[in-house]
Design a protein around this ligand. Structure first.
Ligand code: B16
Ligand code: MG
Length: 213
């Protein structure tokens, strides 16, 4: 496989902020009296904050909310989420993740982040990951969220490496679909393993080193 670059999803791959997303959405849903559980939370993986709110509101049967009200709700969720993020430290990144990134770079691979999150910069800074990546493509730079390939295509463009030479590592089905739509190879990690849609499966993060020799 002539892979030259690896594009990493952030939440659920490099760090596990998915639990904070869950707690923040749960708090907002409880305050609004809307049913929310882990199963619904799984559908929020990889999709934007605004789309996540729309998914949560599928269980709301009251008077429709205005765009302004929805914006306030999304902001409120983000404030709760960022309080959790502000407690993060470099120890929130497993040693096996840092070690794998270093070996990939030693082997000559270019590495990038491709995340839907508008909090990507903040998370990378808190966990001391910012300087590990050649390129960061995130939710602040795109107009269409995964499963649209925009965030990964932008990473490929910023790296100046053709999509066919990029491998996307993802924990979300929406992210695997985005990688496929972008003409990239895909490796599933965590939740995304179950659907069997990816080219490769990572039972453990360092398994990546068997794919990228
Ligand atoms: P924010 P990823 C995604 O990150 C999360 O998986 C998803 O649950 C979240 O809604 C999305 O970021 C937007 O995050 O509210 O911080 O902008 O998996 O693409 O790294
Ligand atoms: Mg993810």
């Amino acid at each position: 496989m002539d892979t030259e670059a690896v594009i990493f999803d952030l939440d659920g791959v490099l760090v596990h902020t998915d639990k904070y997303h869950y707690l923040a959405w749960k708090q907002l849903s409880d305050e609004l009296g809307i049913y929310f559980d882990e199963e619904i939370n799984r559908r929020l993986r990889g999709v934007s904050r605004e789309q996540s709110l729309e998914i949560i509101l599928e269980n709301y049967n009251g008077k429709p909310f205005s765009d302004d009200e929805k914006k306030k709700m999304a902001n409120k969720k983000n404030d709760i989420y960022r309080k959790y993020l502000s407690e993060m430290t470099p120890s929130d990144v497993k040693d096996e993740v840092r070690d794998t990134l270093h070996v990939l770079k030693e082997r000559g691979y270019h590495i990038a982040v491709g995340s839907s999150s508008k909090n990507t910069g903040f998370i990378l800074e808190k966990t001391d990951l910012l300087n590990e990546f050649e390129v960061v493509s995130d939710g602040t730079m795109i107009t269409r969220t995964k499963p649209d390939p925009e965030v990964f295509l932008l990473a490929s463009k910023l790296l100046s490496i053709a999509p066919s030479k990029c491998l996307v590592v993802e924990d979300a089905d929406a992210g695997i679909d985005a990688g496929v739509a972008g003409g990239m190879k895909t490796a599933a990690y965590g939740e995304a393993v179950k659907s069997g849609k990816a080219d490769y499966i990572l039972d453990h993060f360092p398994d990546l080193l068997n794919i990228c020799q």
